[in-house]
Design a protein around this ligand. Structure first.
Ligand code: NDP
Length: 321
């Protein structure tokens, strides 16, 4: 088998393609031939050391493929099509996954698409169904709305009836987000965001901010909320949010602040399955638009990281072992 591994943290050049024998699955584990592995921003944090891992390590959490060996009592048979979102070392031609972290992929959904929606799709799903249960009364501000999570979040939030103010940095990305149904575009790099948001909300501010940009935007996000609004800080694309005095929340209107992460919204197998199935149902009925930005050979994982971190991509990046 081939796998991407790294022995020290750093830039994309620390990633190495390695060869070894595939591991054998233990009880309730599956050996999967990986068709596609998803590239996510969190992989760049693992690589850089922002989120520390024991080294040397494999990389990548997400993928889809076909079971080629099933351990004792495993809940899937050889030949089953499965997808997952939290198995470290998924940048590989083969990976062993616990059966309870795998979800079955319906025959109508190709494995590239399944890999593309697991981590980012379930994130979008929990953000608008569970972190806040959006409805028609909500107006939300969504950052990086053309990105991997962002363009799925725009679609799912719209399905729940929310009014969406979508932040992005270029006209080409804005075009894509408008096509997905966002109600307003905010070019957040060029305007005063809180002022623009007030103009678009009759002076009130938004009910919820979904901020994945982090350091660069945190303060403006708080200032864009209505009193008692909810700040959902779920990412650090521009760097982590610096320590914040809790009194800031009072100053900007008794705000609620959460810093959620997917693991806590899929820890339970039934919850994981519910979120994945909800996405697969939408895909099967053509109600979710999934865009694959590009597919890369496994050996070019570093190039995929450079592209994702350049801020110029739209939609999902996949590795094809
Ligand atoms: P994206 O496809 O959204 O790419 C990142 C986007 O962020 C860019 O395209 C760019 O969009 C914007 N951006 C702003 N500043 C920067 C910067 N300095 N460098 C690079 N990009 C920047 O990535 P993902 O969908 O994979 O992830 C988005 C965020 O969501 C990440 O921070 C990730 O960690 C987080 N995340 C959190 C999860 C959770 O459960 N908490 C789960 C999954 C992802 P634009 O041009 O529009 O500004």
């Amino acid at each position: 088998m081939e796998a991407i591994r790294f022995g020290q943290t750093g830039g994309p050049d620390v990633l190495e393609l390695t060869s070894s024998d595939p591991p054998a699955p233990g009880p309730r584990e599956l050996l999967v031939d990986v068709t596609a592995a998803g590239v996510n921003f969190i992989d760049t944090y693992h690589r850089s050391g922002l989120y520390p891992l024991g080294l040397p390590s494999g990389l990548g959490l997400e993928g889809a493929g076909i079971v080629i060996e099933a351990g004792e009592q495993a809940g899937f048979h050889v030949g089953a099509r499965v997808a997952w979102a939290d198995v470290m070392g998924s940048y590989a031609s083969h990976v062993v996954i616990p059966d309870e972290r795998a979800v079955p992929v319906p025959d109508e959904i190709d494995l590239d698409t399944a890999a593309a929606v697991m981590l980012q799709g379930m994130t979008a799903h929990y953000l608008c169904n569970s972190t806040v249960a959006l409805d028609r009364d909500h107006t939300v501000l969504v950052y990086a709305a053309a990105g991997g999570v962002g363009r799925l979040l725009v679609q799912l939030a719209k399905r729940r009836g929310a009014r969406i103010l979508a932040c992005t940095s270029s006209e080409a990305k804005a075009e894509e987000i408008r096509r997905l149904g966002a109600h307003e575009i905010v070019f957040y790099r060029d305007v005063d965001v809180p002022e623009t948001v007030r103009e678009l909300t009759d002076g009130h501010g938004v009910d919820v901010v979904y901020d994945s940009v982090g350091a660069d935007t945190f303060e403006d996000s708080l200032r864009s909320l209505r009193p008692r609004g909810t700040m959902v800080s779920y990412g650090n694309a521009s760097g982590p949010v610096p320590p914040t005095d809790l009194r800031t929340l009072a100053k900007h209107g008794s705000l609620f602040l959460t810093r959620p992460t997917l693991g806590h919204y899929t820890a339970d197998h039934d919850e994981l399955t519910w979120r994945a199935r909800s996405l697969f149902d939408l895909l099967q009925s053509d109600q979710l638009d999934v865009l694959i930005h590009d597919r890369y050979p496994l050996a070019e994982a570093g190039r995929a990281h450079r592209d994702l971190q350049s801020g110029t991509t739209t939609g999902k990046l996949l590795l094809r072992p």
